[in-house]
Design a protein around this ligand. Structure first.
Ligand SMILES: *Cc1c(COP(=O)(O)O)cnc(C)c1O
Length: 389
């Protein structure tokens, strides 16, 4: 451990393998994984079709660079374009990189159409977009930004609860970047009225509407993209996390007129869109975009929601439940309770995370069954008994 930088606060549990909704430690103890590696392993651990695609691709071609055409990258882009409603894709290796590319694309798009004063990005309080400098600059969390200034100029942060906030979107705005359900911010769905007003203001002002679907995308909320619940028609969407079920990948998709701003040489990534990640992404997209699969996410998600609402009544001091599909937050009214629940759940071998706004987050794999939810609730009940004691 001393050989690693101390930037993570790790639980003293040593995972060595996974299968479906379970992780196993060195002593073969099972842990019910309701984090999915922070929204990544949407198809569960060691999913047979993903494993087969990766094995096959690893034996064929892992990397050749974007100097050449890559058939499987084009195949993934075509699928995403269809789901987005007509767009062109850029591939990278993480969520931060995808947002970094989107922020650059917004400036470049405005620059190329002569709007050289449009250099600002508008983003929201409670949002999370990543740790690289651009992404960090639009992630207004003091704990993440402290000691890293100066950040990238041009970030305007607005409060989604403030009606006057939309005034920030104007003649200097290149693009607006939002998560429709703020994941790291505490599983907080944005108010639909606010989202609609923000989208309309962006369009009216000539700013791009960019939706960060790094956590909410790939079927997590019961639609392939969470923005579909809000009836949005974004110009740019970013993805990562679940897109290749654990193989590092990020993606940006943009309307063709916007995508054209990235002319040859203007942006790039050595690993981005490599055949290995693309082979996994293809399986994930084909699986989760099936209407029956998405309907099942809604249905099983409804079961989880009901169970959590029953749990909320037993949380010391009470709690609220918020989210959509298979993305849920349990927010105790009392301070400090969320961390206690997560720690007690780990003792019961139920994996959860505490996120912003003192919220316990539930992100089970999308393949979770009602029986798995039963098992999780049994462990959660034991954890809650400890917290209450
Ligand atoms: C996790 C996350 C990111 C950052 O992704 P990394 O792969 O960790 O860089 C960006 N945006 C959202 C909404 C996220 O949840």
């Amino acid at each position: 451990m001393d050989a690693l930088m101390p930037n993570y606060r790790r639980y003293p549990v040593r995972m060595v393998r996974g299968r479906g909704v379970y992780l196993y430690d060195e002593a073969e103890r099972d842990y019910l994984d309701f984090t999915s590696g922070i929204g990544v392993t949407a198809l569960g651990h060691a999913h047979p079709a993903v494993t087969a695609a990766l094995s096959e691709q690893a034996g064929r071609l892992v990397h050749c660079s974007n100097l050449y055409e890559i058939p499987v990258q084009e195949a993934v882009a075509e699928r995403l374009s269809l789901l987005f409603g007509g767009g062109r894709a850029f591939f990278c290796n993480s969520g931060a990189e995808a947002n970094e590319a989107a922020l650059k694309l917004a400036r470049r798009y405005q620059y190329r159409r002569g709007q050289t004063d449009r250099t600002e990005w508008v983003a929201l309080e409670g949002g999370f977009h990543g740790r690289t400098f651009g992404a960090l600059s639009v992630t207004p969390r003091p704990a993440y930004q402290e000691g890293f200034t100066p950040l990238v100029p041009g970030a305007r942060i607005i409060d989604p609860a403030d009606p006057a906030a939309l005034d920030a979107v104007g003649p200097r705005t290149a693009g607006v970047l939002i998560e429709v359900i703020q994941g790291e911010g505490g599983v907080r769905p944005l108010d639909p009225g606010f989202v609609r007003a923000l989208a309309e203001k962006a369009r009216a002002e000539g700013a791009l509407l960019m939706v960060d679907e790094v956590q909410t995308g790939m079927g997590r909320t019961g639609r392939f993209f969470a923005y579909e619940h809000y009836g949005l028609d974004p110009d740019v969407v970013t993805m990562a996390k679940a897109l290749a079920n654990g193989v590092p990948v990020g993606a940006v998709i943009a309307r063709p007129e916007v995508a054209e701003a990235f002319s040859p040489g203007s942006h790039g990534s050595t690993f981005g869109g490599n055949p290995l990640a693309m082979a996994a992404a293809q399986v994930v997209i084909d699986t989760v975009s099936a209407p029956e699969f998405l309907a099942r996410v809604e249905q099983v998600g409804g079961i989880l929601r009901e169970r959590l609402q029953a749990v909320a009544a037993r949380v010391p001091g009470g709690a609220v439940v918020r989210g959509r599909g298979l993305m849920w937050g349990l927010r105790p009214h009392a301070a400090g309770v969320a961390e206690k629940i997560v720690a007690a759940a780990l003792e019961e071998r139920l994996l959860l995370t505490a996120v912003g706004d003192q919220t316990v987050r539930f992100l089970p794999p999308l393949i979770v069954t009602p029986a798995d939810i039963d098992a999780a609730m049994t462990r959660l009940d034991r954890a809650l008994a400890k917290v209450a004691a």
